[in-house]
Ligand binder design. Structure first.
Ligand code: G1P
Ligand code: ZN
Length: 544
């Protein structure tokens, strides 16, 4: 076996975004592109020689090829051992679980999350640290710095490893262990939830559920958990075979992209419960019979009912939500007398709060919910959490949410995305908003008066690190909010995200349609940001 040092030159665009380095597959296929980034990860990590890493991905196109390359590079860089998910498959939360369980140095996850896959789709590389969570800013910036001055990478010339057979192999002096992707994750779920109560619910004949894995990574997990361990009828999991191009779909669990599931849950003879997860298994969408639960409400409902679930019955240390997520959970936290943290967008900001035991549950409006059981958001965990609550209370999804609104009031919430707009125009739009903070204050638009306008900045309460320019907030005197952000995960042009929220304490108005309830705020957002003028668009491409 031959250890080669290959000369290379830096790529300028290897700065990790909200969630790792995400580019199109053809970008990653450029000679040395993947290798440069992987070598930059290894170069930025002190003391990695002899250590153990976890490696796997969401099964998208290029997953297996990249795994073989990374294994050979790991061997050449003196890594001691790599644990690889069978078939190269590991969901993002399962990777986090395995890093923690085996106390490894870190892990590499190959995924572009909910972005489409295939030869012309997207691919991505994320590095997770020893707590199982996404690398924090100081680590990702160190990787980026390395990527700007890389001159060579190391790789072993060796035959490919058989990724499909569980067992231990040697690659040079490095050990490669192919592990079952599902078993450690299922064990963790067993320790948190009353699976027997859920099993009884799913086999009672009175409750029907459908899980849509969107041909992405959760298929094998969902089949083994729902149809295996929980005895739900065969066919409970639909689109359960992971495919390299996700069957041509967009593996994002929302009302737009999970349309097959939405049609089922809103159709005739609809099941009682529907759920979906994304490309790499960290997102979730929860549906009831003819009912959609917004992710912000989901976090609030889980928090309010956590005492019913074995893994959380002793109380929550606190909760955390990303800044654009609605304040529904804040009200629950206030009632429970626990702290509620507001962080920038991206799961990496929850890591310190979870490690320091300041927060137990976390959530984002972008269909992400999770807890201190791992350091990633976790789609199947959220689905099991809901099922556990439904099993214990005997209530329907809609009853639970409506009763929640009765107790706490309703935070109407929606996100409007303007995808693939011109990058320069989007930046100008944001700069223009920034230049108006002072004049905006005190301005009145019909019923609404602006109380503050600012750029969200976050000081981490654990390590004091500061993250600036994390979204422009316009707050109104009645507590309503509009937030503007540019996406950090897209690969084409820019995506402008507009987040809208209003609070309605009056139960008689809780039945109103969300877009209608937010109608005035939607118009104010368009006017204040001059969306049409800057982007040439008057309507969003995706509404969630
Ligand atoms: C998006 C979501 C964010 C989430 C991230 C990774 O990032 O908005 O909440 O953490 O994907 O799943 P964005 O594209 O907005 O930067
Ligand atoms: Zn994801």
């Amino acid at each position: 076996m031959n250890l080669r040092t290959v000369a290379t030159t830096p790529f300028e665009d290897q700065k990790p975004g909200t969630s790792g380095l995400r580019k199109s597959v053809p970008d990653f296929q450029k000679p040395h592109y993947l290798e440069n980034f992987i070598q930059s990860i290894f170069n930025s990590l002190d003391g990695i020689e002899g250590q153990t890493l976890v490696l796997g991905g969401d099964g998208r196109y290029y997953n297996r090829t990249a795994i073989q390359t990374i294994l050979k590079m790991a061997a050449a860089n003196g890594i001691g051992k790599v644990l690889v998910g069978q078939g190269g498959i590991l969901s993002t939360p399962a990777t986090s679980c395995i890093i923690r369980k085996y106390e490894t140095f870190g892990g590499i996850i190959l995924s572009a999350s909910h972005n489409p896959g295939g030869p012309n789709g997207d691919f991505g590389v994320k590095y997770n640290i020893s707590n199982g969570g996404p690398a924090p800013e100081k680590v990702t910036s160190a990787i980026f710095e390395q990527s700007k001055r890389i001159q060579a990478y190391k790789i072993l010339e060796a035959a490919d490893i058989n990724l499909d057979r569980v067992g231990t192999f040697k690659l040079g002096t490095m050990e490669v262990e192919i592990i079952d992707s599902v078993v450690p994750y299922l064990e963790l779920m067993e320790s948190l939830f009353d699976l027997e109560a859920i099993r009884q619910l799913l086999t009672s004949g009175k409750f029907r559920m459908c899980m849509d894995s969107l041909h992405a990574v959760t298929g094998p997990y969902a089949k083994q958990i729902f149809e295996g361990r929980l005895n739900a009828p065969k066919g409970t999991v639909q689109n359960g075979e992971p495919l390299e191009d996700f069957g041509g779909g967009h593996p994002d669990p929302n009302l737009v992209y999970a349309e097959e599931l939405v049609e089922l849950l809103f159709g005739e003879d609809a099941p009682d419960f529907g759920a979906a997860s994304d490309g790499d298994g960290d997102r979730n969408m929860i549906l009831g019979h003819h009912f959609f639960v917004t992710p912000s409400d989901s976090l609030a409902v889980l928090t309010a009912n956590a005492h019913l679930v074995p893994g959380y019955k002793d109380g929550l240390a606190g909760v955390a939500r990303s800044m654009p997520t609605s304040a529904a959970v804040d009200r629950v936290a206030a009632k429970l007398g626990i702290d509620c943290y507001e962080t920038p967008t991206g799961w990496k900001f929850f890591g310190n709060l979870l490690d320091a035991e300041k927060a137990t549950l976390c959530g984002e409006e972008s269909f992400g919910t999770g807890s201190n059981h791992v350091r990633e958001k976790d789609g199947l965990w959220a689905i099991l959490f809901w099922l556990n609550i439904l099993a214990v209370t005997g209530k329907s999804v809609e009853e639970l949410v409506r009763e929640h609104w009765q107790t706490y009031g309703r935070n109407f919430y929606s996100r409007h995305d303007y995808e693939e707009v011109d990058k320069a125009a989007a930046t100008e739009l944001m700069d223009n908003l920034r230049s108006q903070f002072t004049p905006l204050k005190g301005q009145t638009f019909g019923f609404y008066t602006i109380e503050y306008a600012d750029d969200f900045s976050y000081t981490d309460p654990v390590d004091g690190s500061i993250a600036e320019k994390q979204g422009i907030r316009i707050g109104f005197t009645d507590g309503s909010r509009i937030v503007f952000r540019l996406s950090g995960t897209g690969t084409k042009g820019a995506t402008l995200r507009v987040y809208l929220e209003s609070y309605e304490p009056d139960t008689s108005k809780h039945g109103e349609d969300t877009q209608t309830a937010l109608g005035d705020l939607i118009q104010i957002a368009k006017d204040v940001a001059k969306i049409q003028e800057f982007t040439g668009r008057n309507e969003p491409t995706v509404i969630t």
